[in-house]
Ligand binder design. Structure first.
Ligand SMILES: Nc1ncnc2c1ncn2[C@@H]1O[C@H](COP(=O)(O)OP(=O)(O)O)[C@@H](O)[C@H]1O
Ligand SMILES: O=C(O)C1=C[C@@H](OP(=O)(O)O)[C@@H](O)[C@H](O)C1
Ligand SMILES: [Mg+2]
Length: 189
């Protein structure tokens, strides 16, 4: 007889069975590096932001405008919990604010291995200057906003299982660094 629920405590999951979950600030490269990492590992790639947009039937700026940030955060928490409940191993790029939620951090610790893509302010500014799809950077001064978010969020991102510096070179260079770190952690063989 088969059971629907997995009887193993999630903490016992082998690191090599866990989904790889990228966290970090806007512009760190979670979406870009996550997609390439998934290709290299032959795993499914999921971007939490795209899933939220699909579930809401509108873009992230529209969700913020119509329903406010709190509603976006509710959707984000639910979507990430659903994605992590799936037993398929995947590479999941979260949005920059997701890991700030304690429940989301617990869910990630349950079935994932978290990787903080760390980047400095100048790199984040350069990478986020081209597109304006991020509501938090649409108003005010992006340097001040990102600098404040670094102060608020970096101590929390530091709780991730693995930290990798997102470098100012070709994306594959950062993908290589992530792969090496995952191997050291036992999450990739
Ligand atoms: N390592 C990298 N090297 C060069 N460009 C990058 C790198 N990582 C990301 N980018 C570019 O920077 C921008 C922001 O990256 P993105 O993956 O959307 O970041 P995030 O999802 O963390 O907000 C994108 O245009 C992406 O192509
Ligand atoms: O940092 C944040 O609070 C946000 C980051 C965005 O994702 P990226 O980090 O992929 O840009 C997106 O989820 C939303 O605009 C809010
Ligand atoms: Mg992204």
């Amino acid at each position: 007889m088969s059971t629907v629920t997995d009887p193993r405590p999630r903490q016992d999951l082998d690191p090599a069975e866990r989904s790889i979950v990228l966290v970090g600030l806007m512009g760190a490269g979670k979406s870009c590096i996550g997609r390439k990492l998934a290709q290299r590992l032959g795993l499914r790639f999921v971007d939490a932001d795209s899933e939220i947009e699909a579930a809401a039937g509108c873009s992230i700026p529209e969700i913020f405008e119509r329903h406010g940030e709190a509603a976006f955060r509710d959707g984000e928490r639910r979507v990430i919990a659903r994605l992590l409940e799936s037993h398929d191993r995947q590479v999941l790029a979260t949005g920059g604010g997701a890991f700030m939620d304690a429940g989301t951090r617990r869910a990630i610790a349950g079935t994932g291995v978290s990787v903080w893509l760390r980047a400095d302010l100048e790199l984040l500014l350069r990478r986020t200057s081209r597109r304006s799809k991020r509501p938090l950077l649409r108003r005010g001064n992006p340097r001040e906003t990102l600098s404040r978010l670094i102060g608020e969020r970096y101590p929390v991102y530091a709780e991730a299982d693995i930290t990798v510096d997102s470098v100012d070179g070709p994306p594959d260079e950062t993908v290589d660094r992530v792969l090496e770190a995952l191997k050291r952690h036992g999450a990739v063989r």
